[in-house]
Ligand binder design. Structure first.
Ligand code: NDP
Ligand code: MG
Length: 377
């Protein structure tokens, strides 16, 4: 029986994690749950799963229903770290959105927990610090591409891969012309062709900042040099990524696009358990296609490589400016085309900052956000 705390249990990943672990009640026990503002769903989840600890991080207090007195409730942003550190059991699934997850991931590691990481912004902002806190086997990827790469490397033994082929659906604007993309609406950006996800990552997929974050995530998780990571647009989202070895062999991981597979693989690793995912039907698919990303239409990809070559806090700056721009777009304050412009400006102004200590990361994050907010008007 594995005890697991779910940070961000009311989100897309959190809900799917609960769905898939509920298929295996003899294997997993939920020890803690957190939400930001969705108290009603959190209370329902606590009622069903009976963890002893829960938190609402977006409010300082709330009326907890009387029947939930078996569970201790914490409130406010600091509660995320406290749950990560204090929850019973070995595993913490980091499924909150944004850099808000960074301190909680560090707290989980300090408490000796194994981290199952969906929250890629944490690794983008604090990559070096997080990896230093995560000896082999203590950080397992949940992001589908990184889970795929991790799965492809399982049989590699001492052989080091030569190249990572990081697949991308291309998002809803893959076939649009460049000018049209700049004026895309929120509804259009939220219409992802193959995956159903939270709003932020869906907009990131449309701008391809999601792939930019994933390039950086892959660099840290697999100790890759930037030039070893190649983005391959694959609109069907069946090949979840691949690795190439020096003998020319390419190992890929395939499956229907269903996050329950990588979520459960991180939880049950190295075992594989049933997920209820739709079996892959290659005959029904007929063909799989691949193309190069359009890096002029999607400048995010180039910015990821630029931030990696700059080093220091550049990736943190990229992430923070993108978070601000992405949520401003979702609030309909800026046009879609403004997102990469804001990130480029923040990188230009603050991409040189150091990232030697946690305080440096905090400062770079704050300066990038201030720069981005200054450009919203
Ligand atoms: P959602 O927006 O659906 O859910 C986010 C969760 O985090 C919710 O539980 C939300 O609570 C909580 N939350 C929001 N803001 C904060 C905050 N400031 N502090 C603490 N908790 C907060 O996101 P997703 O599930 O789509 O994504 C979660 C993470 O997983 C992201 O980093 C994303 O990039 C990554 N990921 C997601 C995939 C997907 O398929 N969805 C695929 C691969 C990676 P509340 O509901 O109360 O607001
Ligand atoms: Mg992904």
């Amino acid at each position: 029986m594995r005890g697991i705390a779910i940070l961000g249990s009311t989100g897309s990943i959190g809900r799917q994690a609960i769905e898939v672990l509920s298929l295996h009640p003899d294997r997993f026990a939920v020890t803690a749950l957190t939400a930001h503002g969705n108290a009603a769903l959190l209370f329902d989840q606590v009622r069903a799963l009976r963890p002893r600890l829960a938190a609402l991080t977006g409010v300082e207090d709330a009326d907890v229903p009387d029947d939930l007195s078996f569970c201790q409730f914490l409130f406010g942003p600091r509660a995320l770290e406290e749950v990560a550190a204090r929850a019973e059991g070995q595993d913490v699934l980091a499924a909150v959105v944004g850099v808000a997850g960074l301190k909680a991931v560090m707290a989980a590691r300090k408490a000796g927990k194994r981290v199952l990481l969906a929250n890629k912004e944490t690794l983008v902002a604090g990559g070096e610090m997080v990896m230093n806190a995560c000896p082999p086997g203590t950080l397992l990827p949940v992001d589908s591409e990184h889970s795929a790469i991790f799965q492809c490397l399982q049989g590699a033994g001492p052989n080091r891969y030569e190249k990572i082929l990081l697949t991308a659906s291309g998002g809803p604007f893959r076939t649009w012309d460049r000018e049209a993309v700049k004026n895309a609406t929120v509804a259009q950006a939220l219409g992802h062709p193959t995956w159903s996800m939270g709003a932020k990552i869906t907009v990131d997929s449309a701008s391809m900042f999601n792939k930019a974050l994933e390039i950086i995530e892959a660099k840290w998780l697999f100790d890759a040099r930037p030039e070893q990571i190649e983005v391959v647009v694959h609109p069907q989202s069946i090949v979840h990524s691949a690795v190439q070895f020096q003998d020319g062999a390419v190992i890929a991981q395939l499956g229907s696009p269903d996050m329950k597979v990588p979520i459960l693989y991180a939880m049950s690793y190295p075992e594989r358990l049933t997920t209820g995912a739709k079996p892959l039907d290659l005959f029904a698919l007929g063909q799989l296609t691949f193309e190069k990303p359009d890096t002029e239409k999607f400048p995010a990809i180039g910015m990821a490589y630029q931030a990696l070559s700059q080093g220091g806090a550049a990736c943190c700056v990229l992430n923070a400016a993108n978070e601000e721009a992405c949520f401003a777009f979702l609030r309909r304050e800026i046009p879609f085309g403004r997102i990469p412009e804001i990130v480029a400006e923040a990188l230009q102004r603050h991409g040189h900052l150091p990232a030697d200590h946690f305080m440096d990361i905090d400062r770079a994050d704050a300066l990038a956000r201030e720069c981005a907010r200054g450009m919203l008007g």
